[in-house]
Design a protein around this ligand. Structure first.
Ligand code: BG6
Length: 479
């Protein structure tokens, strides 16, 4: 059976949930509309909610948009064809029988159990292992390539700290081999993030200045205006450091700070990411500010005395010869003043200022890599304002994706699912990489869990707790 052609059974465990409905099924639909799913592909949703196939299809249909085929007629036809391939099985996550039932259903619909099997665990981490064991006993997991490949996709957070993550890796390893396991961090599928290595290593101009001699500080900022919405049950258990900082922000940091890999293959890229993550000094308590937005504790499902942070800002040090002494400021939060994710590299100012009469202080050049919204890469430079007088102003050399490129910008999950189907592992998290990024946060997470660090309150719609200014000032970083 060829690696990508042939029957493909996609099993989504947690199919009635938010992630499956909002991200995974629409991404599969986009691949389908572009002819990127093999003709014999079927999707089997599995979850606890008792739904019929018709109800599942109806729910799924509400989330589908034809981003690549805008014609009304084509869109309706494609939607109907896609939905006809969607099936649903109700069952409890720990029930071996329920997964046997799922296997029977796959057989009943497709006439076979062999074929490629992609299993997406879109479920809370607390039930990963139950599901993995039940899948393992269902006969759906096989290592025999004659029956097609088996691949399992799991979503972060992978554990709560280094120790629990190690246990998860070991236990999942009893059911799925390393090669079968795809740990997803969907930020790696985002277009601008995928461009980071290209920007750095396909453009000779950046490499010499990507260094402590030229860079003053690096800021990785992730802000949402939205609050935790309906996700209290999950969020209160994990908090923003585990939800965003330990994974999405550390991946951005790794790709920004790593050395050039020997080759562009999964092993070499991952080796370099691991190397730089290991060079990050474990975060110290006094280099971290935590916040919690006002009203967070009033969310249904949040305990009235919850100390879970919804905001975090940290100053990290990368202890290697390239970055020694350059502060890496990572910041993330919910219910803030802006919706943005970007990497901002601030360079040192010019050594002399011959324009001091026009501009007493030269602002530093900044390279901004904006992941979202409105994907862009721009360089802030000082420029003469056209006119008869010498007036200088900071301005931007700007590459805005929406104006520079005409094609549709793919959603992260589209790229990642396509890679899983193709067996491309480069955008997935390796176990040693995971361990290295937990190691950075283990001490502060334990301190938070035991109440040694408490979140500062901040009003909704602001830039976060005011004390962050002091943290930055201590590291010589002006806002
Ligand atoms: C998820 C987090 O991983 O990423 C959420 O669990 C967050 O809390 C989401 O809202 C943001 O993803 P995106 O792609 O909308 O930026």
């Amino acid at each position: 059976m060829s690696a990508t052609a042939g029957p493909l059974h996609i099993i989504i465990v947690g199919a009635s949930g938010d992630l499956a409905q909002r991200k995974i099924l629409p991404a599969l639909f986009s691949l389908f509309t572009q002819g990127l799913l093999a003709p014999e592909t079927n999707i089997f949703g599995f979850a606890r909610s008792p739904l019929t196939d018709a109800e599942f299809r109806q729910r799924t249909a509400e989330q589908l948009t034809c981003r690549y085929t805008p014609g009304q007629h084509d869109c309706a036809a494609l939607t109907a064809q896609f939905l006809a391939r969607c099936h649903y099985v109700t069952g409890e996550y720990h029930s071996g029988d329920a997964f046997l039932n799922l296997a029977q259903r796959i057989h009943a619909v497709t006439g076979r159990l062999d074929g490629h099997r992609l299993m997406y665990l879109a479920i809370p981490p607390t039930v990963f292992l139950d599901v993995a064991h039940a899948l393992g006993n269902s006969g759906l997991v096989t290592c025999d390539a004659r029956h097609g490949w088996t691949r399992v996709v799991i979503e972060k957070p992978f554990g709560r700290d280094r120790a629990s993550s190690d246990v998860l890796v070991t236990e999942l390893g009893k059911v799925f081999t390393n090669e079968q396991t795809y740990r997803i961090d969907h930020y790696l599928g985002k277009e601008v993030i995928q461009n980071l290595l290209v920007l750095r290593f396909a453009n000779r101009i950046f490499e010499p200045i990507w260094h402590r001699d030229f860079v003053r500080d690096v800021r990785i900022i992730w802000k949402e205006t939205a609050d935790i919405g309906q996700r209290a049950g999950y969020f209160d258990n994990f908090g923003i450091v585990r939800d965003v900082m330990q994974n999405h922000l550390m991946q951005m940091l790794a790709l920004t700070a790593m050395e050039e890999p020997d080759r562009l293959d999964a092993t070499d890229v991952c080796n370099e990411k691991v190397q730089v993550l290991r060079a990050v000094r474990p975060l110290r308590i006094h280099d971290l500010v935590l916040g919690q937005y006002a009203g967070y504790r009033q969310n249904p499902g949040v305990p009235p005395n919850s100390q879970t942070p919804t905001y975090a800002a940290a100053v990290l040090a990368v202890n290697n010869s390239r970055w020694q002494g350059v502060p890496f400021i990572v910041e993330c939060g919910k219910a803030l003043d802006q919706h943005v994710a970007e990497i901002c590299i601030r360079f040192r100012s010019a050594a002399r200022n011959i324009f001091h009469k026009q501009l007493p202080v030269l602002p530093p050049n900044q390279l901004v890599i904006r992941v979202q919204p409105d994907e862009a890469i721009f360089l802030r430079v000082v420029n003469k304002v056209p006119g008869l007088h010498m007036k200088l102003e900071p301005t931007e050399l700007n590459l805005r994706y929406r104006t520079a490129f005409t094609g549709v910008i793919p959603e992260a999950y589209e790229s990642l699912l396509l890679d899983v189907i193709a067996g491309e592992r480069g955008l997935f998290i390796r176990a040693d990489e995971l361990a290295a990024s937990w190691d950075i946060f283990d001490a502060v997470l334990h301190a938070t869990d035991t109440g040694k660090i408490q979140p500062e309150p901040y009003p909704i719609g602001t830039s976060g707790p005011a004390v962050v200014t002091q943290l930055l000032a201590r590291h010589g970083v002006a806002e």
